[in-house]
Design a protein around this ligand. Sequence first.
Ligand code: S3P
Length: 420
Amino acid sequence: MAMGINGIITVPGDKSISHRSIIFGAMSNGVTTVNNFLNSADCQTTIKAFQAMGVKIEKHENQVVIHGNGHLSKPINTLNMGNSGTTTRLIMGLLSSQPFKANLVGDESLSRRPMSRVAEPLRLMNADIQTSETGTLPVDVNGKQLNGINYELPIPSAQVKSAIILAALNAKNKTTIIEPTLSRDHTERMLKLFSPKSIQKIDNSIIITPHCDIKAQTLIVPGDISSAAFWMVAATIIPNSNLIIKSVGLNPTRMGLVKVMQRMGANIQIINFKDTVEPTADLVVKSAQLNPISLNKEEVPALIDEAPLLALLAARADGISELHYLKELRFKESDRIKTVVEEFKKLGINIKELDDGFLIHGNRNWQLQNSHLDSHNDHRIAMTLKIASQLFNSDIFIENADCVDISYPNFFQDLKSLRS
Ligand code: S3P
């Protein structure tokens, strides 16, 4: 019988929260210490951008110390956003009100991703932002005095919401953001901690009061649920598994995969729950046979980064899953609808591309068609394919698999230790 995934694992710090800790640390006055910071390529991009704007940031192994002095300086060179959509979009909001001009560029993948979704609401605040003709990087931001706005988010995007919040903190008057569908709320929680008077939440509205004090903090970043998700799925679909994942961030706006997996019949227990600013718990996951699934629109933002894994679960379940409302996947590090379909077919999975998702005929009898897979330089695709390849006895090669550095540099070492 196949060897399962067994043992105890601690996943690295949350990427979204690590980015935000640098931003708020840099905006505050004083020394912010961030423990369990995610030391990955994307988070390094954020650190470097703020260092280039005159903020002293010290890096220790898993700890970052930010010496905020309440202001940013004009960067001498173009700011390179690498592969990081979160850095780019949040920084666009922050730069909109600074007394200088800055230019942003990124790698090939990031340069294909839409930036108008951020530029447009910021322009309503009087921001001066130039994107390329297609609404992508390179982007020039010429800082201006901003006005507060009342804005209803047309898409549930935490990056757009956060860019507006960061801009609003320096505007002339209050801003109200209406969020018809909830997206991850790490910016709001962290702002409440650094500057309680700045933010108020009433139902689905976020009200930002500008020019309040932002005070340095000491933080512990919880384990990234989007990284834990690879082990949750591995332990579920690989027979004879029994895994404990320690100290995972269980913010309700990130729990979509856990909920959908439980609906599919997965065996996931939540223990040692701690209700802090960002709640955490340990997860106990055992192998299980799964039922097919459908999604409702409202639950998608809470699992958007886990959608490739959800497709993998559906491919292993007994029956047909039609997954809709996933159009946003087309705007991630790769077009994840296309890349998942292309690569899953090589594994013998019966999957069809839909405009906004996947049609999957799940079963457990996959016949390998091609053992040369491609990550398409997308970290989450690389890791999803690596988990899927655990279900075969043959060697499977993944092109450009080292892109896992973007969010989970030790992914392959962790897999090895769980498999030994
Ligand atoms: C993120 C928000 C999400 C998510 C991304 C990280 C964030 O993107 O997919 O990986 O940290 O705010 P959108 O805001 O585009 O939905």
